[in-house]
Design a protein around this ligand. Sequence first.
Ligand code: FMN
Length: 359
Amino acid sequence: MKLLEKVTLGKQTLKNAIAMAPMTRSRATADGIVQELTVLYYKQRASAGLIITEGINISEQAIGSPYTPGIYNQEQIEAWKKVTRSVHDDGDVIYAQLWHTGRVGHSIDKNGNLPVAPSAIGIQGQQHYTAQGMQDYETPQELSIEEIKKIVKDYGQAAKNAVAAGFDGVELHAAFGYLPNQFLSESANKRTDEYGGSVENRNRFVLEVMQELVNAAGSDKVGIKISPTIYYNNIENSDPEAQFKPLIEALNELPLAYLHLMNGMFPLDHLPHYPKDAMETFGKVSRHLVIANAGYTRETGEAELEKGIAKIISYGSPFVANPDLPKRFELNAALNQPDLATMYGGGEKGYTDYPFLEN
Ligand SMILES: Cc1cc2nc3c(=O)[nH]c(=O)nc-3n(C[C@H](O)[C@H](O)[C@H](O)COP(=O)(O)O)c2cc1C
């Protein structure tokens, strides 16, 4: 099976082509420090060829939800060292996903500060999970050029901190409607300066951040996750191909480890102009290794690898409930089903207590 074959990522060899997709589990302390339980959680899943961590806040401003971890102070870095050491002891490779939530947050969880965004446009028709329950979104504060430049630097510092914490590389979370995705979107970005108004200008922020990450972490150690056809969090483009193909072409010019590409996860009936096959449309443009994500099973993952566009498949929810997912794929064993009630927050229940296959 291709899923179980070794694959080269950057300068490293992965023991299989199965990645654990980044998943927020909201089990850090209120100060964004990961705990012993998180060390165990990742260690349990170290048979994945590659682990990509949950989104990690690059700064206090980046925080969108309670109990999400950070990597902007020494205590947070020290805590992550325990995770990377224990995963490396098992011969695994682990990347840190760097996260700035932009407008996908709430002042309740930001010390009273409003979320920031490319433009002062709040998310409509959805609510946000906060420490005080579900809340309507607020109108975010539009970022100034100086503030944008500061965020680019924050990403660079977070990447340096990730290297100091022992991570093998970093991934920019530019998918699912978070800050970088907001810059890429015509519905969230109405700027008229060099960060908005044209395809090239909307791509500028992401490309500046990626260059900063490469400067900080080095060649072949930086990846990026994008979701060109996901409209969740009020992200829309009149022509996703016109926006994302030039982005991927520009990313081709940087010395990256991979492009992590999501399929559309939601029905596209009301957006008939959106491409239906993200791998075919966008994956083929990438000269970097492609990690395919969203909705794959053992069989469809294998079939995707057979097609040859993607070299790695990342699995999210299957890894929540199956710490030994590669073994289960190998044996074609039944999978545990994830419990939705314990996805976010809480302790070991639904986190580190899913059963392994019995030997
Ligand atoms: C509980 C949960 C938390 C998630 N948190 C993140 C996150 O922090 N960063 C991210 O890029 N994607 C996140 N995702 C999305 C997953 O990485 C993945 O894209 C999605 O689950 C689709 O893959 P799947 O069909 O294999 O589950 C999350 C998904 C789940 C289920």
